[in-house]
Design a binder for this molecule. Sequence first.
Ligand SMILES: [Zn+2]
Length: 159
Amino acid sequence: MPVKINLEKLNTEDLSLCGELSANELQLDLGGTHDLIRSAENLEYEINASKADDSIIIHGKLNIEFSCECARCIRPFTYAMDLPNWATVLPFSGADGIRVIGEYVDLTPSIREDILLGLPRHPLCDESCQGLASQRKVAQEEDKKRSDAWDKLDEWKQP
Ligand SMILES: [Zn+2]
């Protein structure tokens, strides 16, 4: 079920929502810059919504796990994203204004956006991961080649 807020209800009271959103419904469209993130588990959410004059204020918890490959050692691991203080403000009008369908507002796009923003570009199984020894060597050699090339360029630039 998409994460939806009933606006009519919200007019009379604050709303609490909790449940799970499948990766399918979340439609993260992983790949591209996130190609080391292979798949996502269900998102768990616990959200409160309240109405302000010109917006809806949302805050709550989001939890989701991803199957990743480490950017250094290519080992598969699970990356857990915990957003214990997730919050967003949805204005009723303007360029970022909410889209009301029937009497509902779908929170899924806001959740999707913030999760994508929070995903690491270079997921690491551990901050101190040293990578594969052989890979490290190749990387060092490439660095050296590159700096040699720069040295040559510098020489060439000298009058
Ligand atoms: Zn690693």
